[in-house]
Design a protein around this ligand. Structure first.
Ligand code: CAA
Length: 408
């Protein structure tokens, strides 16, 4: 029996900023962003979006055509959760009107919990092949204004139905793991921005890759050349290139650098124009690869490296299934990314500085361009979510109204 991804979809905010604008504001050579870290545009969530609304928007597409009565588990992976107790999965469960007899849970281990969610989901469907699991990865990557991490910010969500009837990708059960207690990147409860030791985090990422690959090889006897393409966790796109060249060098792969680049480049395209989305980032990379129209990926093997600071890593493989491209909404995704509103620097700072009241008093968020769900506000310490009627949603919202909308 095959287990893997039956459907996959993505949501990114309808706003973003061209990094040329940031480079001007920060007086940094744009080439540092574009070539040095490999980023050109970053997704910016509006004040009425959070990981719940982004996750629900991605999941709404992933469950299209799926009998929701078969979804018995929803796993929500995030490191920008909205509550210390209640799982984001419950909010999504309600917004999508999923059946009552369902297990809902949130998972955390930095950017890597999405991969553990996928593997827990695979184990669930292997035990109960008539059930499906909805896995959601949703995050807002936020660093300090003027910090080194600022140009790597981004946001987005990926949702997948994991089942015993995969149509996109079969995922292997073998995984190479690595865990070590390090402080490369973390976010204490009292901070909205992550703390990061940037250079150290890159070193630890590479160490974790080496250990995971070694453990994977010990488990499977796999070789570098068994894989046609690779997807890496992408805190910024150049990290994927660096990681791939590093692994190839360590494996003494005999491929020319152009061939190595072809193994990785298709998975980097979306990250370059969305930025980091923590838990979702690896799977945004997978969608970027799958949406590459010039490639026929049928039966191609893909190697995945998932990394979560703190730190944990996982290396595993999957095989793209025949007809996969019929189950992807590639043109809609490309159009969505193309049509995003470009923020000016001042608009970006306004969105960045928006914060919900810390006292839980009644508060209404300004209405901005969103997907089908938005955060309407807060009442009595409770977040209020709402569906956006189709004629009020993204398509009909005027840019003039946006410019006038209060964001604080
Ligand atoms: N033209 C072209 N390239 C230029 C340039 C220019 N004018 N100026 C600089 N560069 C190059 C540099 O040579 C460097 O290239 P190499 O990596 O090949 O040496 C690259 O641009 C970056 O320059 P710096 O190292 O000087 O950049 P920085 O100190 O400003 O910070 C960073 C880079 C550490 C990645 C920072 O963006 C950061 O802290 N990011 C957040 C942390 C992060 O993403 N860590 C990754 C691993 S942890 C993880 O993966 C989990 C996660 O999601 C966060």
């Amino acid at each position: 029996m095959k287990y893997g991804i039956e459907t996959i979809s993505m949501y990114v905010p309808r706003y973003g900023m061209d990094l040329r604008v940031l480079s001007e504001a920060r007086n940094v050579d744009y080439k540092k962003y574009q070539q040095g870290i490999g980023q050109e545009f970053m997704a910016v969530p509006s004040p009425d979006e959070d990981v719940v609304t982004m996750g629900a928007n991605a999941a709404q597409q992933a469950i299209e055509g799926i009998d929701t009565n078969s979804i018995r588990t929803v796993i929500f992976a995030t490191e920008s959760g909205v509550d210390q107790s209640k799982s984001a999965a419950i909010y999504v469960h309600k917004l999508l009107n999923l059946p009552e007899n369902c297990r809902t849970v949130e998972m955390k281990q930095a950017c890597c919990s999405s991969t553990s969610a996928v593997h827990f989901a695979l184990a669930t469907v292997a035990l109960k092949p008539d059930q499906k699991v909805l896995v959601i990865a949703s995050d807002i990557a936020r660093y300090g204004l003027e910090s080194a991490g600022e140009p790597t910010q981004g946001a987005g969500a990926v949702a997948m139905i994991i089942s015993a009837h995969p149509r996109i990708m079969e995922i292997d059960s073998d995984v190479g793991y690595f865990t070590k207690d390090v402080m490369d990147f973390w976010r204490p409860n009292y901070l909205d921005e992550a703390l990061v030791d940037g250079k150290y985090s890159i070193k630890v990422y590479m160490d974790a890759l080496d250990h995971c690959w070694k453990n994977y090889q010990e488990t499977t006897d796999a070789h570098f050349n068994d894989f046609h393409h690779f997807c890496y966790h992408l805190p910024f796109s150049r990290m994927g290139t660096k990681a791939h060249l590093h692994l190839a060098r360590h494996q003494k792969a005999s491929l020319a650098s152009k061939e190595l680049q072809q193994q990785i480049e298709p998975s980097l395209r979306y990250n370059r124009i969305t930025g980091n989305a923590y838990t979702a980032s690896l799977y945004v990379g997978l969608l970027s690869l799958l949406d590459s129209k010039e490639l026929n990926l049928t039966n191609k093997r893909v190697g995945f490296f998932s990394y979560g600071s703190g730190c944990m890593g996982a290396f595993f493989g999957g095989t793209v299934l025949p007809g996969y491209d019929r189950f992807l909404n590639t043109s809609e995704r490309v159009a969505w990314l193309r049509d995003r509103k470009h923020l000016s620097y001042d608009e970006y700072v306004k969105f960045y500085n928006h914060a919900l009241p810390q006292n839980g008093h009644s508060y209404r968020t300004s209405r901005n361009r969103t997907g089908s769900f938005r955060l309407a506000g807060v009442e009595n310490h409770q977040r209020i979510y709402e569906s956006v009627p189709a004629n009020v949603g993204a398509a009909s919202h005027s840019e003039k109204a946006l410019a006038a909308a209060p964001v604080s």
